[in-house]
Design a protein around this ligand. Sequence first.
Ligand SMILES: [Zn+2]
Length: 239
Amino acid sequence: MATGRFAEVGDGQMQRDGTPRQRSQTTREPPEHRASQHTASQHGRERRGVSGDGDPESTAEVERRTHRQTERQMLSGETHYVWGHRFRLDVSRTSGNPRVVPSSGTLWVIAPEGASAEERFGVLDRWYRRQIKATVPALLERWQPILGVTASRVVVRRMRTKWGTCQPASSTIWLNPELAKKHPRCLEYIVVHELAHLHERSHNARFVELMDRFLPDWRARRDELNEAPLAHEKWTARQ
Ligand SMILES: [Zn+2]
């Protein structure tokens, strides 16, 4: 089943072309702060020695990494990750046309001269979001027919405690832009996980059965996703 192209709508939202653009009340905010059975930690019972409760959608790791990231100074020499690859940040190039260019282990974040750390971070953050948006349509096109479900909307939005979440009632999926720092198989895992929630809201035995059937290596992907982040040290400081 073709998923069509996705048009950007408002703040980080994607929506299938041709569908109404108004935002519904029910999907305005990701349900991360609502009591939701599907954030329960059934998976956590199988986890060992991993931070958080083991649910890929509500791991403390995301929060810690996101929090740490806001403390980054966006200075040349910092380590940043793109799709699981390690890059050395370089902010020495400036331009009125802000952009991000990964090249040979260097992540060029090019911002206007005199840009603040916050502005540089914004340039990089928007780029990470675009990475997700550019990748998700092909994943949906592949996996929706396999699972026999269709997400009506996918929203890329920073969440403090979740890699992704799903609101089955509106068939809406939220994805954390932090996923663009991990290997693409991690994003694929989260997409399949959230699509599976369109069949089964909670992390019960049926849900695990669905995941085992559709993505047999999902546990390895989950563990990779929740691995402790590699050091954020400056490369110049390694010893
Ligand atoms: Zn889940």
